[in-house]
Design a protein around this ligand. Structure first.
Ligand code: SF4
Length: 468
């Protein structure tokens, strides 16, 4: 984000998307290239398994857990406590901040190492830590890059995919002193060397949690860099921030869900590291934290769950596959969506977590092509949820005046065959491009594309000819 960038908030989507299209073509190049690679790896990884059955199973496991959420969360709490974990319930971001502040105060924390957690982004944890005088250090390479750049993530799995290799070369040259022609593995090695000091000196590690098994109280985390393993095992204290929708019934469910998530996210059979956090270090263990806290975070999730249609978004495993295949996301990148979650999942979950008033116009940031649902490993019917939020927009009178008047005019014509026919004839002779520029309601369309001319013969003409 540059100083001239539009505001970073969902309500500024239209301006931000237009800015991205016009002013930052390099973002489109970087995002397009990375997402095409992710997507082809996913397709390859799905090809050698019975993905339909597997996805049905994952949908059912997550759906069952969500429809019995109270039962499994209470069971998870009992299991965690039995394992020696401190459990906290957080209804809001402020509740999470209070838990973190208490841990920071109790242990005199000065530096925190963090693994990638979209939930911590959602909760503004870094800003909160800084307000406490604590230095947060992102240890995932992509998160490390955007922290140096002071930017929000632009993708769930690859937070820095909007940046090119050359951007990173310049950044690392300026901040870490690496040569400007460094290769990617040399840049990664420089980041690792810088982070090693932080891992060793940090008093607290903060992670997210991909899944939480209720029967054993196991927090499961998947990754490729080894930084989560270090974040959760080197510092004296570990805090895991886990959304309440991450609970699953059984430890046995983890194997299938972790593998499916990895295949959908990066096309790997499984991430290079899987950490199963069972509690603090016990007497005979040589490493691991002395104290583990799990914060079960609501922050709007139960409100979303009460929506009979939109609740299905809570099945999301944050694999990013829907972003990678989305033609809209590929054009604009993630910052245009103005919040933690971008792409198709952002367009359906942000209205639920933030409220429709703050999230508009995200449900309209889609052509409804359905490609996202085809790749979703837990079969979230994303287009249906987008339409649901659009209907709610209309029902609550939040759609624009131009749209309301336009639809009213259309309804009036559609009820009068003679008037409809006359209007259709008039439209066939309308110079579309000029009309688009003149009419505010159409100008957005014709700025980016030529409107197709209507067919000289209408459906009614063809129908009549067919009958005669
Ligand atoms: S909606 Fe589906 S495809 Fe998109 S991030 Fe969530 S689980 Fe992955």
């Amino acid at each position: 984000m540059t100083g001239s960038s539009p505001e970073y908030r969902p309500g500024a989507y239209r301006e931000a998307a237009a800015h991205s299209l016009r002013e930052t073509p390099m973002v489109r190049d970087s995002v397009g290239s990375a997402t095409r690679t992710f997507d082809s790896l996913r397709a390859h990884a799905y090809a050698d398994v019975e993905s339909d059955r597997w996805r049905d199973w994952a949908r059912d496991v997550k759906g069952h857990a969500l429809t019995h959420l109270d039962q499994y969360l209470e069971q998870a709490e009992r299991s965690l406590v039995r394992n020696g974990v401190h459990v906290h319930w957080a209804a809001t971001a402020e509740d999470v901040h209070r838990v973190i502040a208490k841990v920071v105060e109790t242990h005199g924390v000065r530096t925190v190492v963090k693994s990638k957690s979209m939930l911590s982004e959602e909760l503004d944890v870094n800003a909160h830590l800084e307000s406490l005088g604590v230095r947060p250090v992102e240890t995932d390479l992509g998160e490390y890059i955007i922290q140096l750049l002071d930017e929000p993530p632009s993708h769930i799995v690859g937070p820095a995919i909007h940046r090119s290799l050359d951007d990173c070369r310049v950044l690392f040259h300026e901040r870490l002193g690496t040569p400007l022609d460094s290769e990617p593995d040399e840049l990664a090695a420089a980041a690792r060397a810088a982070l090693r000091e932080d891992f060793l000196s940090a008093d607290l590690g903060i992670s997210g949690g991909n899944f939480l098994a209720a029967d054993t109280g196991t927090v499961a985390l998947i990754e490729n860099e080894g930084n989560i393993r270090l974040t959760t095992s080197v510092p004296r204290v570990h805090v895991a921030l886990v959304g309440i929708e991450k609970v699953v019934p059984r430890f046995e469910d983890l194997a299938g869900l972790l593998q499916l998530t990895a295949r959908a996210a990066t096309g790997q059979p499984i991430g290079l590291f899987v950490s199963l956090i069972q509690g603090p270090r016990t007497g005979d263990e040589v490493d691991g934290p002395e104290e583990v806290h799990v914060v079960l975070v609501d922050n709007g999730r139960t409100t979303l769950f009460e929506d009979d249609v939109a609740w299905e978004a809570l099945r999301c495993v944050r694999c990013g596959a829907c972003l990678n295949i989305c033609p809209v996301y590929r054009q604009t990148g993630g910052h245009a969506y103005g919040w933690t979650y971008s792409g198709p999942i952002g367009a359906i979950i942000s209205p639920g977590l933030l409220g429709l008033d703050r999230a508009l116009p995200l449900p309209h940031a889609s052509s409804l092509c359905g490609a996202c649902t085809d790749v979703c490993p837990v079969r979230i019917p994303i287009p249906e949820l987008l339409i649901h939020w659009r209907e709610r927009t209309v029902d609550e009178g939040r759609n624009s005046t131009a749209e309301r008047l336009g639809m009213k005019a259309y309804a009036g014509l559609a009820e009068r065959p003679g008037a409809f026919s006359a209007a259709a004839s008039a439209l066939r002779w309308t110079p579309w491009r000029a009309a688009g520029r003149a009419l505010p309601v159409l100008s957005g369309w014709v700025q980016e594309r030529d409107a197709p001319s209507p067919s000289p013969r209408s459906f009614r003409d063809l129908w009549r000819e067919g009958i005669e």
